[in-house]
Design a protein around this ligand. Structure first.
Ligand code: 3HC
Length: 317
């Protein structure tokens, strides 16, 4: 088959909503786009452990500590699923991680903000994980099989993350005035960065149209952002918390909640590494990566020992 006929065949499969699998032919650009997106997603999951991990030793009760531990542990697992999905495209996990540690790889902008009170843990679960779910629910229909399938398991766990966050916010917002103030302060600080999670506005997104054409993304950044806002505004009302957007208004015709302008300069500064926690996050990742090198060496040594033992057993047969 010529390259052109392979391309034609590939486009036909995408049009028929067939899943592309690791051993199938795919355009090199499709492969590169998926490695970019999936590796960033994996990095986001692992870096995303840091703001919440910061509160595990300070959780207000054993029950809160257990659920936060479980959530943070889930995020590590999501990172492993996604590094595994990137490897099915021929990417080397070590290369991907070294690019992150070298400051040459992106992860979600949202994790460059500090988690300063327990209210932040609640709002991260309630808003950030719900935003991730909106995005990941779309990705369960992605044309690349391993990515779509990883999303199905991840979304189930994200639902627990969202609910534990909402419960924290419900308790705080129904609590003392200090607890209510803590919940509102956390919402004030995390609302706009959560809207930025969905990426730049559609007209400034260089990748969206190609990714939508290949059914990697099924919706645009702005469509997902709108879906999230329509979910979160009534929830904030139910929590008796104020969304920090004086221009937020409901469109009576469409029923959508229309947000005020997003500070894209802030978003761009985060992407340029100038956010409140960019340096701290990469430093923490470097510290845990190099501090944990002995675990990887021990695992490799054990793997080598088992391999040699099996080889000797095969020779003795
Ligand atoms: N943070 C950092 N970089 C971002 C970003 C964000 N929130 N949004 C966009 N960007 C970057 C893109 O990576 C791209 O830069 P690059 O060319 O150097 O890679 C540039 O900005 C242009 O953005 P586009 O919208 O054109 O890029 P995409 O089409 O890739 O859309 C995306 C961005 C919506 C994040 C998309 O990549 C995506 O859906 N990724 C998969 C989901 C994901 O990564 N989610 C991150 C959150 S995971 C999480 O929250 C963990 C949970 O457990 C809490």
């Amino acid at each position: 088959m010529t390259e052109a006929s392979r391309q034609f065949d590939f486009e036909g499969r995408i049009a028929r909503d067939e899943k592309i699998e690791p051993n199938d032919w795919m355009p090199s650009r499709y492969r590169r786009q998926l490695v970019r997106m999936i590796s960033q997603h994996a990095h986001s999951e692992v870096v995303g452990m840091l703001p919440e991990g910061n509160w595990i030793t300070r959780a207000p009760s054993l029950r809160r500590k257990i659920s936060l531990l479980a959530k943070v542990q889930d995020e590590a697992g999501h990172g492993l699923y996604l590094y595994g999905a990137a490897e099915t495209l021929g990417a080397e996990r070590e290369d991907l991680i070294n690019r992150l540690l070298g400051g040459d790889a992106r992860y979600s902008s949202i994790f460059n903000y500090p988690s300063v009170t327990w209210g932040d843990v609640g709002v991260i679960g309630w808003l950030v994980d719900q935003a991730a779910m909106v995005n990941q629910t779309m990705l369960t229909k992605c044309s690349y099989g391993p990515y779509a399938r990883a999303m199905i398991q991840i979304c189930k766990e994200e639902n627990f993350h969202k609910r534990q966050g909402m419960e924290i916010m419900a308790v705080l917002s129904a609590g003392t005035s200090a607890q209510r103030a803590m919940a509102q302060d956390a919402l004030d600080r995390w609302w706009w960065p959560t809207l930025m999670m969905f990426g730049p506005p559609d007209e400034e997104s260089p990748h969206s149209s190609e990714l939508i054409g290949w059914k990697v993304k099924m919706k645009s950044n702005d469509e997902l952002r709108q879906w999230f806002v329509d979910l979160a505004v009534p929830q904030a009302e139910a929590l008796d918390l104020q969304i920090p957007d004086p221009e937020l208004v409901r469109d009576s015709k469409t029923g959508h909640w229309i947000s005020g302008p997003i500070n894209w300069d802030e978003f761009r500064s985060i992407l340029e590494g100038e956010g409140p926690c960019n340096r701290e996050r990469i430093e923490s990742r470097r510290e845990s990566h190099f501090g944990g090198a002995w675990v990887r060496e021990a695992a490799r040594a054990y793997e080598e020992k088992c391999r040699k033992k099996k080889a000797l057993e095969r020779e003795s047969l």
